[in-house]
Design a binder for this molecule. Sequence first.
Ligand code: HEC
Ligand code: HEC
Ligand code: HEC
Ligand code: HEC
Ligand code: HEC
Ligand code: HEC
Ligand code: HEC
Ligand code: HEC
Length: 484
Amino acid sequence: MHGDGIWWKGVGLLLALFWLADPVMAAPAAAPTDESKADALVKPLRGFEHLSRESATCVSCHREKSLGIYQQWGASKHFRANVGCYECHQAKPGEPDAIKHKDFVISTIVSPKDCAQCHKREVEEFDRSHHATAGQILGSLDNVLAEVVEGAPLLHGKSPVVVSGCASCHGSEVKIKPDGTLSAAGWPNTGIGRLNPDGSKGSCAACHMRHSFSAAQARHPDTCGRCHLGPDHPQKEVYEESQHGILFSANLSAMNLSSDKWLAGEDYSAAPTCATCHISATKDLPVTHDVGDRISWDLRSPISIHIDDRDRKKGLQDPKAWLERRKEMKLICVTCHGANNGENFFEQLDAFVELYNEKFAKPGSRLMKTMLDEGLITKTPFDDQVEWTWFYLWHHEGRRARHGAAMNGPDYAHWHGMYEVADRFYMKLVPEVKEVIAHAEQQGKKESAAKVRTVLDDILNSEYHKWFLGQREKKAAEAGGAKK
Ligand code: HEC
Ligand code: HEC
Ligand code: HEC
Ligand code: HEC
Ligand code: HEC
Ligand code: HEC
Ligand code: HEC
Ligand code: HEC
């Protein structure tokens, strides 16, 4: 990463050997300081004056045994600050994943709790984010897919689909074997919400990959695109389609990604990256490791609600208000746009979300609920065709549409989005609901069939959908669309 890496490594090596010979020099001369919020923007964390004796010992062996790790660490900020192997990997005897290693007690896992020795603020912010809870997906609908529908518990009681799929993004539950080493059921893994043996959540290496632990790498959109891509959350693809993504690729060398201070507008202006909008600082806004800090909607649930309502539903007291979060996002936009651009942009987004909610998501959800309540589909998820149809509608197509609208991806807002939502709704969901009704009638479940039919008729006769019955009023069409 840095041209002066080799010089530093040479000095480090000499120093390491020197301190090995002189234990008195090994004690850290200056502990890293905790930064206050005010000067956190620019003031770098202070490191140690010397590499510790323990770390020098690790290095003396590992610079031959693990050349790659030694090189990565040698080019890192940690190396220059004399933060060595032992400062991160040390463990207390008795900790669940502590292993005896040569003359030391260490653990392979370095959790956010370990990083928090020196990076308290980042860990606290990360800890309150949805990233930190991403490993707790056991009860979700998608999880039934990976554990049961697609999978089977063949890997120490886990489904291999969960381990190589879901958990690689969301985070595994790290399991320890009796000898203290890590089980293949949960490691290697750097999923964003990993459940660690010390009880902490997450993996900082999900974004800051080992052993360079660099800010520059985390600012690059590819870092986020590792998880935020694909048919159900194509943020990476949306970004690449947007003017922002195009400008980023066209001006990579002007992005100044390796700068210590990285304020939008001051240190770069060519384009915003994912980090610019969701994490990094402007002159008015500090860095945040809570990626929910600046977003107002939940755009991934079947029906979108504001993010603070979602938190309240989950039992969180007094979550940060969505308007407050939106205000912060707008502060980012105005570093490169006029204020009206941001205002209008969010008006467009809100209208889009409302349309998706009212026209497709709420009616679809109402149909599914009625069929379930009437016992016309089973409680077992994914054993009825119509359940797959509904899942595609909100989980794939409906999310794509909303993400496209939120981040300037017109092809995702429309062709991969609402176009497919509409196709799924009219050409699959409605006919399949009709089949369920017909089947119920054949089986003599007249009352249940009638209830579902009433709901379907009610939906199809509403302003949004009556065009489908051939009843679209000329007037409404002339006025530019239907109103409920
Ligand atoms: C005398 C040489 C030597 C010293 C000293 C040494 N290591 Fe190692 N270490 C090794 C070798 C060799 C391996 C690979 C062995 C293996 O994985 O089977 C290893 C493996 C590891 C692993 C990976 C364990 C795993 O789960 O696969 C970690 C982490 C580690 N060392 C950290 C350290 C730290 C931290 C120190 C200093 C406190 C240290 N080592 C000191 C030789 C050494
Ligand atoms: C800033 C903290 C930090 C420092 C400094 C550090 N490590 Fe690590 N190391 C980590 C993290 C994080 C992991 C990933 C473990 C996990 O998944 O939690 C890791 C993993 C490892 C592994 C297992 C890697 C693999 O892919 O199998 C080895 C071996 C290792 N470190 C050795 C070292 C050695 C040797 C040094 C010193 C030259 C060192 N580490 C310095 C944080 C650190
Ligand atoms: C013993 C203290 C210590 C520990 C433990 C530690 N760090 Fe650091 N870290 C530092 C210091 C000091 C710096 C600042 C170096 C500088 O600014 O030159 C730093 C810098 C960083 C940076 C900024 C790098 C850049 O490119 O600007 C990142 C990211 C980082 N650490 C992540 C981590 C992670 C992740 C862990 C845990 C796996 C960790 N650190 C553990 C002391 C520590
Ligand atoms: C490629 C990485 C990746 C894989 C693989 C993956 N997910 Fe996700 N998942 C994500 C991302 C990123 C989000 C957030 C999407 C968003 O913000 O729109 C998410 C969202 C979710 C949510 C919604 C959480 C919420 O807060 O609403 C659930 C539940 C979920 N995933 C479960 C699973 C399960 C179970 C699997 C395996 C069957 C899985 N995921 C596979 C990356 C992944
Ligand atoms: C979702 C990705 C992501 C995760 C996970 C993440 N970081 Fe960061 N981190 C970033 C980005 C992006 C930056 C660069 C911010 C900027 O522009 O200065 C950063 C910067 C940093 C810095 C440099 C100081 C600063 O404010 O710029 C430190 C230290 C740091 N992270 C520590 C951590 C620790 C500790 C963890 C684990 C709790 C962690 N990070 C997890 C993305 C992440
Ligand atoms: C290792 C996988 C992974 C990486 C890397 C990752 N994320 Fe995420 N992210 C997730 C998952 C999974 C979720 C959904 C968590 C949940 O709600 O359960 C998520 C959720 C989010 C959310 C929604 C937060 C909320 O409060 O609703 C935002 C915004 C986000 N990520 C931004 C980013 C950015 C920006 C980066 C890169 C700097 C990034 N993520 C890197 C997996 C990842
Ligand atoms: C120009 C700023 C900007 C950029 C660049 C950007 N985003 Fe976003 N992002 C937004 C806005 C605005 C929203 C919607 C905010 C709201 O709900 O108020 C959003 C929403 C999200 C969400 C929430 C989705 C959900 O399901 O709730 C995730 C996750 C996300 N972005 C990830 C990313 C990733 C990953 C990248 C890069 C590939 C990225 N963003 C690039 C501005 C940006
Ligand atoms: C680092 C600078 C920067 C930041 C920050 C930024 N943008 Fe942009 N944005 C641009 C540039 C440059 C363009 C390309 C303008 C053009 O097409 O000539 C652009 C284009 C756009 C477009 C397309 C405009 C059009 O005329 O077609 C929209 C919409 C947009 N940005 C919204 C936002 C929003 C909303 C935010 C904040 C969440 C934001 N931008 C943050 C630089 C930025």
